[in-house]
Write a protein that binds this ligand. Sequence first.
Ligand code: PEP
Ligand code: MN
Length: 338
Amino acid sequence: MVIVMRENATDQQINDVAEKLHEYGLDVHKVVGTQRTILGAIGDVGNVDHRAFKIMDGVFEVHRISEPYKLAGRIFHADDTVIQVDNAVFGGNQVTVIAGPCSIESAEQLLTIAKAVKNAGAKVLRGGAFKPRTSPYAFQGLGVEGLKILKDVSKECNIPTISEVMRESQLDIVAEYVDILQIGARNMQNFPLLSEIGKTRKPVLLKRGMSARIEELLMAAEYIMAGGNYQVILCERGIRTFENYTRNTLDISAIPVVKKLSHLPIVADPSHGTGLRNKVAPMARAAVAAGADGLLIEVHHDPDHALSDGPQSLLPSQFSRLMEEVRMIAWAIGRKID
Ligand code: PEP
Ligand code: MN
């Protein structure tokens, strides 16, 4: 942490700041310039609230120079984390696609979609059983019955699965039936849930909250990793901005930013990121070009009658075409989609 004093800061004010740094157990490196004095804090600043210094008399600005996410950050873990779930690999050279319906609606529905997406090259089957719906009157998911369908279809099609866990009391049952746990955007900062997931050793896909900064996403990952679960896949799924043509604004720039700050894989979800079927493919292509380690795409064979998110779901034929396109894009940037 670096504290820049005001030009007219008095010796007393500078000493008060240095004294406070000492109280936190930090060493102080003082640089006296011609205009102003700068104090560098040396030591573990993890528990220091920088605002305590910002409000002190004579202080101009305070800069944090080390990141608060130690386990999720690249500083102590330079190499990319690679997470393998059966044949699906997240991180490294592979670009891996997760696909399936928003909600599991019936065994027939899921099997039809699973066969189509697997055939086109998806490596993980998605399907929500516990759905976080804006309206309490909307379809809330089939619950455990849906998880059972997901497991049966997974076995029949030989494909690993992902499904959302919304609360701590669902964790054991969801973990029993699926290969990857999904934390939805609305739960990104449900810290008790994150801590419980940290105690499991299940891979987890953590979605960015719709109003979360990248740093907050990485701190949410840190919660899971602090419990010893290092298998965290991050997901950019769009954020709220002033633009309302699309459902959310898919923050493509978050992908290279996260790749620089963190060793964890990041996938993009252009389905929730745009909310519009005809915008999914362009944004999926852009995400792969920007360096995403994977995609999460909603697919439905009869989207007009889907129980959730039909307007943003691709038809199987559109999904197959998209897979061909992203294969070429991955190849063009030295990566591959098996
Ligand atoms: C989902 O993946 O179906 C979902 C509800 O996503 P999000 O949490 O990103 O809204
Ligand atoms: Mn959905």
